[in-house]
Structure formats: C-alpha cells, structure tokens
Design a protein around this ligand. Structure first.
Ligand SMILES: Cc1ncc(COP(=O)(O)O)c(C=O)c1O
Length: 384
C-alpha cells in the first residue's frame, strides 16, 4: 500500500473501540487486573502493568509510526529531544566514543557536550558532508555514529549509505534524526540505519500544539530502547498521542504542499539581490542536491537564506513587519515561520559564507500571499 493509504488506516483497530474511527484517549496511571492469573499473564507477556508503559492510545500511535518508518517498533516519548537522548543512552557507556555531525540540532549537541561527557562518553564532531571519509575518524572506542540530514539550520545533506557502510564495517551503531524529512520523504531504516529518531512535534503532529518524539527500530534494538525510555521514566501523554495520530492522518496531504510552497519561496528568494544564497537541498545547484535526489522522495518547506549586507534596523523592520511568517522556532505546523539564526555552534566545519542566516518554514498558505509578504519585507529592509 502507498503511504497515503497507510496514513488513513494505520493504528485504527476500530472494532476494539466500539467502532470509533479514531482510537479513543485512554488516560490511566493505574492498570487493574481481573485477578492474579491475569496479572501474571500480563507480566509474562510484557503487557503494561502501569500507566507509564502506555495505554492503547499510545500503542495505536507507536504502531502507526513504526509502520510508516518501515521499522518493527516505535517507542513514543514526550519530545523529539527526549527521543534523541533515549537513542544515545541506550547504546553509549563510559569509555565510548560518539561521532556527531557538526550541523546537528543544537540541544542534541548540548546533551553530548554536557551530559554524555559527564558519563565518560567522548564526542567528536564531523563535517556533515564527509561521506565515506568518516572511516578515518573512527577509533577502537567508537560505538555510535549519529546522523542528521540535512542539518536543520544550514541544510548540508549527508551521504547516509556511505556513512552507514563505514559504521557497519566497524560494528558501530547508527542513529539518525529524521525530523526534517519525516518518514513521508525518507526512511532511514531502508538505508541501513539502525535507529531512526523523529520529533513528532514537527510534521507528524503538524499543528504546533503537541510535543512528542519517537525512537524507531527493528526488533533487534527495540527492547534496549524501550528499557532505556522506561528507566528514565519517559512517557508520552495519551492526549498528546491522540493529537499526534490525528495530525498524521493528513501528513500525505500536507507534506507535498509544504514542499511546493517551500520551493516556490526558495526559487523566488534565489532571484533577489537581498539574498546572497539559498540553502535548500531540493534546489538544483545546492551542494547537497544530488544526494537529496538520489535518496529522498521529497523536501519539506524548511530552508534557510543568507542575506547580503544590510542594516540592523532594516533587518528588524523586515522581520517585525511580517504578519504571515510568525517569529518562532518550532517548525512543522500548518503556519509559516521565520527564524533568524544568530549563533551556529561549530567546531569541525564552520560555514565558509558570512551573512545573516534566516530560516523559513513554509506553511500551507497560498504561496503568492507568502511571496508578497517577503517582497514587502525586502522593501522595509531597504527603507530603514
Ligand atoms: C532536527 C530536530 N530534531 C529534534 C528536535 C526536537 O524536537 P522537540 O522540540 O520535540 O524536542 C528538533 C526541534 O526543533 C529538531 O529541529
């Protein structure tokens, strides 16, 4: 079945819920058993005996996300960042070495630098475009290679199969943050990655009102991931699970529209004198374009631009005057956003270009209206 069909069908089991189309919200901290035999059976089958392990609402969502990612299991947790930390903590221990792309999501980097370091795990950052060259950075102690393609501020594409092959040759685990593409446009497990992490907060939930994350794997790693989430008391609230699953039903309609709008804005911006570069892997000429074309089924509307030299007051006037582009960081909702990037923590591959970096998330609005707003913004930039 095609993804659009799966999205309408996955995780429903209506016959188990009095025919309701959507699985209802089960809120439960306490799970009751009919008697001792039932309790023993639940323990034997590793069925939930306590609300922290999830309810049928959680399981419906986990089933749907796992199937969409082409995994066998998904563990739902309370945020995308929690999913990243669970995936790392499941495999890393004192003395291990971790390789992370220099373009990685900032809080994932902070987790490695602040928390993993204290646990005795050393992190090295690599140029995200390194490809097979990553083999040269591997040590005896390298346990895990983390990928995130493209980086969600500077949009460098990674050669996922080449990095995975190098990691496998050394017996290293690979974990990939798949939030940008979502499983609708890319499936890390199909490309040999061991664990896919996706922030449901973004495109899966899709309405800027839910925080949620998933760790997806085949059976081989599931118990370890599930136990790690459990040991840290991670939890995905049933109301959030319901909202996320409801959001996912329209993923197949929203993603192509995000893509179309993102490309319309990116192409228009590429022709403007105020813009020195557009960073969008789906644009021909982007350094990551060939990798994107080879591996990805599409691109959402999240991309950045570098501005040509400008005045600070003009820049503030441009941003402050936007009405359709909300000034907000967490992308993936139906509404457009703008996010000026002030600081790029880099150690291995600082970007060569200068110029103010501004990230856009193209929502589902009319592309012409969005472009008119960008045009008016450039007029403010010039006037100030
Ligand atoms: C690439 C990427 N991964 C993970 C996350 C974390 O998601 P959450 O906000 O649900 O913690 C984000 C959030 O911005 C992100 O951009």
């Amino acid at each position: 079945m095609k993804d659009e069909t799966l999205l309408a069908q996955l995780g429903r089991r209506s016959h188990e819920h009095h025919g309701a189309v959507n699985p209802p919200v089960y809120r439960a901290s306490t799970i009751l058993f009919r008697g001792m035999a039932a309790r023993e059976e639940a323990v034997r089958n590793q069925a939930p005996t306590y609300g922290l392990g999830g309810t049928p609402t959680t399981f419906a969502l986990e089933e749907a996300v796992a199937a969409l990612e082409h995994g066998e299991h998904a563990v739902a947790v309370g945020s995308g960042l929690a999913a990243v930390t669970v995936a790392l903590l499941a495999f890393l221990e004192q003395g291990d070495h971790l390789l992370m792309p220099d373009s990685v999501y900032g809080p994932s980097r902070s987790f490695a630098d602040r928390r993993l370091r204290k646990l005795g795990v050393e992190t090295s950052y690599y140029d995200p475009t390194i490809g097979a060259g990553i083999a040269a950075l591997m040590r005896e102690s390298t346990k895990l290679v983390f990928l995130e393609s493209p980086g969600s501020l500077t949009f460098e594409m990674q050669d996922v199969p080449a990095i995975v092959a190098a990691a496998k040759a050394r017996g290293c685990i690979t974990v990939m943050d798949n939030t940008w593409a979502s499983p609708f446009f890319f499936r890390p497990l199909d490309h040999g990655v061991d664990v896919s992490v996706v922030a449901g907060t973004k495109f899966l939930a899709g309405h800027s009102d839910v925080l949620m994350g998933f760790v997806v794997s085949r059976a081989e790693h599931f118990r370890r991931l599930e136990a790690t989430a459990g040991d840290f008391g991670h939890y995905a609230a049933p109301d959030e699970c319901y909202q996320c699953l409801r959001g996912m039903r329209t993923l197949g309609v929203r993603m192509p529209r995000h893509q179309e709008n993102g490309l319309a804005l990116a192409r228009w911006l590429a022709g403007r004198k105020e813009v020195s570069r557009v960073l969008h892997p789906a644009l021909p000429g982007d350094p990551g374009h060939d990798l994107w074309r080879r591996d990805y089924a599409g691109a959402p509307g999240l991309f950045s631009i570098r501005l040509a030299p400008h005045s600070e007051s003009g820049f503030a006037a441009m941003i402050d005057g936007y009405r359709l582009f909300g000034l907000g960081a967490s992308w993936g909702g139906y509404e457009s956003l703008v996010w000026p990037v002030r600081k790029l923590p880099r150690s291995a591959a600082p970007p060569a270009e200068q110029g103010t970096l501004v990230r856009f998330h193209a929502g589902l609005e009319d592309a012409g209206d969005l472009i008119a707003e960008l045009e008016a913004g450039f007029a403010r930039l010039a006037r100030a």
